[in-house]
Design a protein around this ligand. Structure first.
Ligand SMILES: [Zn+2]
Length: 472
């Protein structure tokens, strides 16, 4: 088929939207002719409902940043989202709610393809990353593990309210957060010091998937987000955010291919996979993103600092990923990108299910790792996979165990470094979610002050029931 080739010099001068492949006239003619004799009929929902009008039953194409906008080799790509996507965009679980910006309507093909750097593009991009994240984890639980819609924390049989997205929810704020009380994700935008261009956190693939992960995990383990938990219970929340950005990247074959090409299949080389929130990191002068998953931090180095603790878990999982990829590679038989995609699928399933299997309150890192190992046995994964998981978490001081023997199925590993009794979480370096007042017992703190005030008043002759002082 004839396709118009674009010269590199010409491509460089075109806006990103011009990269969308467009069917040729000959192909369109062929499709029209085929439709005459091969009319598939209107799509059906499968729920016994009336047939849906075309094109809504077919899913939607969207144009989105597939990594941070600063990762030039990925840029914008067109993506197909299966399922019903309506004006907003919105679906049953996620909706766009930014005041002052009209809902985005689909084009004639039912697609949401808009120009980058516009409010419409930001709405579509943010929705798409949230949708992809939720779908990825729903798929991880599909089949043998038992399907789950992964409800939001507030969902019950009487409340199916969706998660609301505010791409510009925090103007002039260098942050983003998930709020349970507001049932939403809010993203900040700001002008970095010494720079002219405004930076929008909603445009970051990593930041949007990170915040969505907080919402997903809060629906599964509502106690974990509360600040009165031990540090090793709060840290998985932050780690899950960063791991989700990695898993969502690995769920997309084009990104796997780019990572393989960038690193020559060596995941410990510098790669956008390990660099989390690159554009935000650059704004702060950090060349490896806001965080780097390919780190060597241990539990004893992290202490009670939840952000550092989260890096320990994310770093161990990144090491396991690199190990499993190296073990599974067989370039003479299978493309490296396909293998990386498969390894990512396996690991994200283990992590999600291990988090679910861990205790609902005061879970420790060792609880999660032992759950991963039990699930690996249940799934019939090779002992080399279990060895890699055990060894990397032994190196991080999460569990104890020999590094030179095979993992023994059915025997939980002893914890390594544990939280000290009564240890309090230090969340200062975490993302906006972990620092929201709603996850702290702030009313309890205010009550302490109120009780002191009551005591002082009683001791100083200001008995209760006295007439209130006149208003000024
Ligand atoms: Zn976070």
């Amino acid at each position: 088929m004839n396709r118009r080739l674009t010269l590199p010099t010409e491509a460089a001068s075109q806006p990103p939207v011009s990269y969308i492949p467009t069917p040729t006239a000959a192909y369109r003619q062929h499709r029209k002719a085929a439709e005459v004799v091969l009319e598939p009929g209107p799509p059906r929902t499968g729920l016994g409902a009336e047939p849906l009008p075309v094109p809504f039953g077919l899913g939607a194409r969207v144009l989105m940043w597939k990594q941070d906008p600063s990762v030039g080799e990925i840029g914008t790509r067109k993506v197909f989202l299966p399922g019903l996507v309506l004006d907003g965009p919105r679906d049953a679980r996620i909706t766009f709610g930014q005041p002052g910006i009209d809902a985005v309507s689909p084009n004639a093909f039912g697609d949401y393809v808009t120009m980058p750097d516009t409010p419409q593009f930001d709405a579509v991009h943010t929705y798409a990353v949230v949708r992809q994240t939720l779908t990825m984890y729903q798929r991880a639980l599909a089949g043998a593990s038992g399907d789950s819609p992964l409800p939001w924390q507030w969902n019950d049989s009487a409340n199916t309210a969706p998660l609301v997205i505010y791409p510009y929810g925090l103007p002039n704020v260098m942050n983003a957060f998930y709020s349970r009380n507001q049932a939403c994700l809010k993203f900040g935008d700001f002008v970095p010091l010494g720079q002219a261009a405004r930076m929008y956190t909603c445009r970051s693939f990593d930041i949007v998937s990170h915040e969505t992960a907080h919402a997903v995990l809060d629906g599964l383990k509502p106690q974990w987000l509360l600040a009165d938990n031990p540090p090793q219970t709060g840290a998985p929340h932050e780690a899950f955010g960063d791991m989700t950005a990695i898993f969502l990247t690995l769920s997309q074959l084009d990104q796997c291919e780019a990572i393989v090409a960038q690193t020559k299949a060596r995941l410990h080389d510098k790669t956008f996979l390990a660099d989390i929130a690159e554009q935000f990191g650059l704004a702060l002068g950090r060349p490896n993103g806001l965080r780097n998953a390919d780190n060597d931090i241990t539990l004893s180095q992290a202490g009670t600092e939840v952000h550092a603790l989260s890096q320990v878990f994310t770093g161990a999982i990144y090491d396991v990923l690199a190990d499993l990829f190296a073990l599974a590679r067989a370039p003479e038989h299978k493309d490296d990108a396909v293998v990386l995609h498969q390894v990512g699928t396996t690991l994200r399933g283990l992590v999600l299910r291990a988090l679910i299997a861990a205790p609902d309150h005061a879970a420790s890192y060792a609880d999660v790792v032992n759950a991963m190992l039990r699930l690996a046995v249940d799934d019939g994964l090779p002992v080399a996979t279990r060895n890699a998981i055990r060894n990397r978490f032994v190196q991080r001081q999460v569990v104890q165990g020999p590094l030179d023997q095979d993992h023994v199925a059915g025997v939980d590993l002893l914890p390594g470094v544990q939280d000290a009794p009564g240890a309090v979480q230090d969340r200062r370096a975490c993302c906006g979610t972990m620092n929201l007042a709603e996850y702290y017992d702030v009313e309890g703190l205010l009550d302490v002050e109120r009780q002191l005030l009551t005591k002082w008043c009683a001791e100083h002759g200001r008995a209760g029931g006295a007439p209130a002082a006149p208003s000024p």
